[in-house]
Design a protein around this ligand. Structure first.
Ligand code: ADP
Ligand code: MG
Length: 729
């Protein structure tokens, strides 16, 4: 099969006009068209129902069943008015992605006909037969029930003519089987704990929200080329492929002009996002060829995460209209940058104050320092856990490579904020309290220069960076459910703030002055946890050594990184915040190890198959052409001449033989390693065996296949090459 054919397909497509259905109205008219938001609630619900529902959402209260019935009626009418015929509970199982089970709005009417019906019970709770979702052994097959229950804090929406109701997913015995349940628990915990601390400064604060603004990176490839790569289709990444002569060396892709075909896709996607209430805002090229990014305006974390999951599904669908495939894998191509999903995270009060933003007054800035100091402590105490929260078989390819954050969690603060923390550390609480506004200004304590907001961080090597009014968790992978990172981070912060408030309250109760105690405790946190801060080059080897000296978690093996979830500190932290019980933690780790094993297992099988059934036969065929040629040369030329003429062919023949021999042997050993690993009962040990004993063979096999790619006739090579996959014109 000639790869040239694909080039022709590709170019023919490129010459066509790229069509996008642009709505006649402006975005403000169609924005949220398919979302049952407050405006639709007001329109479709009786006044009383509307009031009870809004109150329940705002105050995190549960909804009486008679009100749920009334909501269901209104919701169904709205959905039907907008073309929906089905409804579905939409949830986030422990696989990455979302799950839905659709039911039509129809019921027997008792007279041989049908009526469209939907009620509160169906809205609020369902029992999907969920025995085949990963659950880590929580549900035995005889008790294979899982419940999905409506999350009223995230609005229902219509997708593909189906009313989707965001739900949590829990087992019969109440354990979470999804990402949403623990995320809501973590958000509640951080709300409660942060509210206590925020009230030291402003007693009118009633709630603290966690905000998330993700930046989704992705690759696009032409659909025809994608279909000719079984590895991309089955594993989401290329398991082989020699680097293209031109990659990202010229740095000509980042923020470059977007190819018109891609631009059409992006516009189409943005319109779909806006109809679903996803506030997509920024789009641009990323560093690698064919790599792009989409970022929305940040939102409350639970909603923002629903929107990210919705977006990932939407992208895949919209891309196909444009004959593209979206690659959300963290490392689809070796040798060029992988994809991440920066999680911009902040906390803010219901009075409108961002708690990681420096303020205008000394009081505001004290509050800012208190929250920053608590972030240092939370991230320091749980750096191993935070790494575990972003780790996966796929993200493991990206972390630690020379382009993405290292597999060590540290915080970048920037020179200005670091300098201020130095000063706070040096001064006594007494001196700090006695600072006049003017003196404070000199020390940058009361007035933090505006520039700090913009110039904070261009150090891209840090996994967790302060960026002016938020922290940016950059180690999150592009295919991940952000909830995993947000659960760990918000829970760790909640636990830390609980500790902080307990200490402050105890000292105040024994007669000390509140402000002095706060300063004192903040100073203590800064001193104890500065070791988590690192502003230097996170890619360097020196940092790895330094981090180990500082006692930070430096484990690089994904299955062992997951152990952090089960450490006594993690179990205690998740327990006291009510986010995970020990049973849940144990079960979820089983799922993590199992998923890790399965992903490597699938990759290893695909690679073995491609190596033996695609690559070796072609390489052998090409080698036999060369052999033919040598024989012909030999028969035509004198014995002195032919050896010289055929010399290079002979070298190539030998090279090809060597590569083929190594590939065969490595595939044999890889299959053996898999068989041995598969016999292990413990999920953890099995995953470790896959990591230690299977993966290394894959790396070697790939190396030799990529060498063969350089030898074999381009016309014969069975798979589209990097240079073809990576350059959309
Ligand atoms: P950059 O690429 O420079 O990091 P982007 O503009 O691509 O910046 O993305 C920044 C993201 O951070 C956006 O999603 C934005 O909405 C989000 N963001 C901005 N302020 C906050 C905040 N206070 N809390 C959470 N997210 C925020
Ligand atoms: Mg960013």
């Amino acid at each position: 099969m000639s790869t040239l054919r694909f080039k022709v397909v590709d170019e023919a497509f490129n010459r066509k006009a790229h069509h996008v259905d642009i709505p006649a109205e402006r975005p403000e008219v169609y924005y949220g068209k398919y979302v049952f938001n407050r405006q639709k609630m007001f329109e479709y619900l009786p006044k009383k129902t509307f009031e009870v529902l809004v109150n329940a959402i705002d105050n995190k209260e549960s909804l009486p069943l008679d009100v749920a019935d009334s909501v269901a009626q209104g919701m169904m009418r709205w959905a039907i008015d907008n073309g929906a015929r089905h409804y579905s509970h939409w949830f986030h199982p422990l696989t990455d992605g979302t799950a839905e089970k659709h039911d039509a709005f129809v019921q027997h009417d008792g007279k041989g006909g049908m009526v469209e019906e939907f009620n509160g019970k169906l809205l609020v709770q369902q029992e999907p037969d969920a025995s085949s979702f990963p659950n880590g052994g929580i549900r035995n097959t005889f008790e294979a029930r899982g419940y999905s229950a409506w999350d009223i804090s995230s609005p229902a929406f219509i997708l593909d003519k189906t009313l989707c109701i965001p739900t949590i997913f829990i087992s019969y015995t109440g354990e979470s089987l999804d990402y949403k349940t623990p995320l809501l628990r973590a958000l509640n915990a951080v709300d409660r704990a942060a509210t206590v601390v925020a009230r030291y400064f402003d007693p009118s604060v009633r709630h603290v929200m966690s905000y998330l603004g993700w930046e989704q990176e992705y690759f696009l490839v032409d659909e025809a080329l994608y279909s000719a790569r079984p590895d991309l289709m089955l594993t989401g990444r290329t398991l082989m492929g020699h680097e293209s002569a031109k990659n990202q060396q010229l740095e000509d892709h980042y923020f470059g002009a977007i190819p018109s075909r891609v631009e059409a896709f992006m516009l189409d996607l943005e319109i779909e996002c806006h109809k679903l209430g996803i506030p997509a805002k920024t789009r641009h090229n990323e560093v690698a060829p064919n790599q792009f990014e989409l970022a929305p305006i940040f939102e409350e974390t639970n909603l923002s995460n629903d929107h990210n999951l919705l977006l990932m599904g939407l992208m895949t669908e919209v891309a196909r209209r444009h004959n593209f495939r979206v690659l959300l894998h963290e490392k689809p191509f070796s040798g060029i940058n992988g994809s991440g999903k920066h999680n911009n995270w902040s906390l803010g009060t219901d009075t409108g104050k961002l708690l990681f933003a420096p303020g205008k007054t000394a009081e505001d800035n004290l509050q800012f320092f208190v929250f920053v100091a608590n972030v240092l402590a939370a991230v320091h105490n749980h750096n191993g856990l935070l790494k575990a929260s972003i780790m996966s078989a796929t993200n493991a390819h990206r972390l630690g490579a020379n382009e993405a954050p290292p597999a060590i969690i540290s915080i970048f603060l920037g020179s200005q904020l670091s300098g201020i923390l130095d000063k706070i550390e040096e001064m006594s609480a007494e001196d700090l309290i006695n600072l006049s506004a003017k003196e404070g200004m000199k020390l940058n304590l009361t007035q933090i220069p505006e520039i700090m907001l913009d110039s904070t961080d261009r150090n891209r090597t840090s996994p967790f960076a302060f960026t002016g009014n938020r922290f940016e968790f950059r180690a999150v992978g592009s295919s991940a459910n952000c909830a995993s990172a947000m659960i760990a981070l918000n829970a760790a912060m909640a636990a830390q703030l609980q500790d902080f408030a307990a200490k402050v309250d105890a000292r105040v109760a024994s007669g000390e002055q509140l402000k002095r105690v706060i300063l004192d405790e903040t100073k203590a946190l800064i001193s104890a946890h500065r070791t988590i801060c690192f502003d230097g080059n996170g890619y360097s080897d020196e940092w790895k050594e330094e981090a180990a000296r500082r006692g930070l978690d430096c484990e690089t093996s994904a299955p062992k990184i997951f152990d952090s979830y089960l450490s006594p500190e993690s179990v205690a932290m998740f327990g006291k915040t009510g986010v995970f019980s020990p049973v849940e933690l144990a079960a979820r780790n089983e799922v993590k190890w199992e998923m890790y094993t399965k992903k490597i297992q699938i990759e290893a099988r695909v690679l073995g198959d491609l190596a033996i059934n695609h690559v070796i036969p072609v390489a052998t065929r090409y080698q036999s052409l060369l052999l033919d040629n040598v024989f012909k040369i030999k028969s035509l030329f004198s014995s002195e001449k032919w050896t010289a003429i055929a010399a290079q062919d002979m070298v190539a023949i030998e090279n090809i033989s060597e590569h083929i021999a190594v590939i065969r042997e490595e595939v044999r050993q890889m299959v053996d390693a898999r068989k041995t690993a598969n016999r292990i009962d413990s999920e953890r040990e099995k995953a470790v065996a896959y990591h230690d004993n299977v993966l290394p063979h894959m790396v070697k096999i790939r190396y030799h296949i990529d060498k063969l790619e350089l030898h074999v006739d381009d016309e014969m090579w069975p798979l589209p090459k990097y240079r073809e996959l990576l350059f959309i014109r």
